[in-house]
Design a binder for this molecule. Structure first.
Ligand SMILES: Nc1ncnc2c1ncn2[C@@H]1O[C@H](COP(=O)(O)OP(=O)(O)O)[C@@H](O)[C@H]1O
Ligand SMILES: [Mg+2]
Length: 410
């Protein structure tokens, strides 16, 4: 059992900064996923936690004790590598016993812990085999079992599923999540795969260029991404992100770009360059002439159908809006034709706004407070950027848009 605290962890390689002042509080029993594209510093950070690499500056605490200077073998943290790092000439049983032998554990205890770990990951029948006589999935289980026998304070895993084929990866993902629930131990898990992060994590730390882009629950990252980067990284197909201008029209906050019209909240804002985002599953498609194509609130994108992909369960309708590509995920029963003029619509609650220069999320805050502004009180709000890199993702306090017609009709 362990709570880990990272304080301002920086690691430089020459004049390159691989991790830049990373601070994280990892609760006891948490399944923290370090997520991010290749080269963002995930492995570097995990190796520093494991004690395999020294930070240039910063400190690491486990349960209140500073372990920054402690060698790896004294940290009581078990690492599972992508390569599994099994000893090829030893049987599975001996591979599992190895970390305990090194620690001079009594023989009877070794036998008991090896048996228990092997049963937990269902490899008890493979104990006499050598690693080369195992499938990839079985080797992966042996690697996990070898971490289990140590009964560590926390498990550190670096892309442990990346050598498995797609089907086995899905199955093993579920097993690891179940193992975490069963053990109640702290897991720190590195992956570049957003599906693994969404499905297994209790918390995700999204890394970008050595810095934490956002830290929160999978729901918080998906529902309120704190930056354009976070918005684009989680979700498949990715969120539609379009350059646009935020402005005030007839006392309402509105958004304009070629083919894009959105009227959002009552209020006023100085004009600014933004990025507007809508997830594919939150857009509905209407024929350009249909009555629903004149929505009374929210965003409307006018475009033409360019490509349709049938995914079986649903279809992806790819449209050209202005100079941009916009994707909608929708039911297959609506047959759209290539070249057809359409309107893609989403309600205000599904619209994400980001400052174009900083890439940070913009929240609409009514100065009258989070309670709905009465009709007599003009909500003079402002769009604020979340400056803090580790901004929490609490529910926003957007003022409601009173009913009324919007200048979306043609
Ligand atoms: N020992 C090293 N020497 C120099 N650069 C390194 C070293 N280890 C990692 N890096 C660099 O640090 C960055 C982060 O690497 P890494 O943590 O392995 O990324 P990730 O695991 O997120 O793909 C990369 O640009 C990588 O080239
Ligand atoms: Mg890596």
């Amino acid at each position: 059992m362990a709570r880990l605290v990272l304080n301002q962890i920086t690691r430089e390689f020459g004049d390159f900064t691989a991790t830049d002042r990373i601070s994280l509080d990892i609760e006891d029993g948490e399944f923290l996923v370090l997520l991010g594209p290749s080269g963002c510093g995930k492995t570097t950070l995990l190796r520093m936690i494991a004690g395999l690499l020294e930070p240039t500056s910063g400190s690491i605490e486990v349960d209140g004790a500073d372990i920054t200077a402690l060698p790896a073998r004294k940290r009581d943290l078990a690492m599972v590598f992508q390569s599994y790092a099994l000893y090829p000439h030893l049987s599975v049983e001996k591979n599992l016993a190895f970390p305990l032998k090194v620690r001079k554990t009594p023989k009877t205890e070794i036998a008991e812990r090896v048996r228990s770990a092997a049963e937990t990951v269902e490899i008890a029948h493979l104990l006499d085999r050598k690693p080369k006589e195992l499938s990839g999935g079985q080797r992966q289980r042996v690697a996990v079992a070898r971490a289990l026998v140590r009964e560590p304070r926390a498990f550190l895993m670096d892309e442990p599923l990346s050598n498995l084929d797609a089907k086995l990866r899905t199955a093993t993902r579920r097993e690891l999540a179940a193992l975490h629930r069963k053990l109640g131990a702290t897991f720190i898990y590195v992956t570049h795969d957003q599906v693994e992060a969404m499905t297994m994590a209790t918390k995700i730390a999204l890394l970008n260029g050595g810095r934490i882009e956002q830290h929160g629950t999978p729901e918080e990252l998906y529902d309120t991404p704190s930056s354009v980067f976070a918005a684009g990284f989680l979700g498949s197909p990715a969120m539609n992100l379009l350059d646009a201008t935020l402005t005030t029209t007839d006392g309402k906050i509105s958004v304009f770009a070629p083919g894009v019209e959105a009227v959002l909240w009552e209020g006023a804002t100085p004009e600014r360059d933004i990025v507007i985002g809508v997830r594919p599953e939150h857009l509905s498609v209407f024929a350009a002439g249909a009555p629903e194509a004149v929505p009374t609130a929210g965003v409307a994108l006018r475009g033409t159908v360019e490509l349709i992909e049938n995914l079986g369960r649903e279809q992806l309708v790819h449209c050209r809006v202005g100079e941009e590509r916009v994707t909608v995920a929708c039911e297959r029963e609506d047959a759209w034709g290539i070249g057809e003029l359409v309107v893609l619509a989403a309600p205000v609650s599904r619209v994400h706004l980001f400052d174009r220069e900083s890439g940070r999320r913009l929240e609409w805050r009514s100065e009258a407070g989070s309670t709905a502004a009465g009709p007599e009180r003009r909500a003079a709000g402002r769009a604020v950027t979340r400056a803090d890199h580790r901004a929490d993702s609490r529910a926003d306090s957007r003022a409601e848009l009173p009913a009324g017609s919007l200048p979306l009709s043609s």
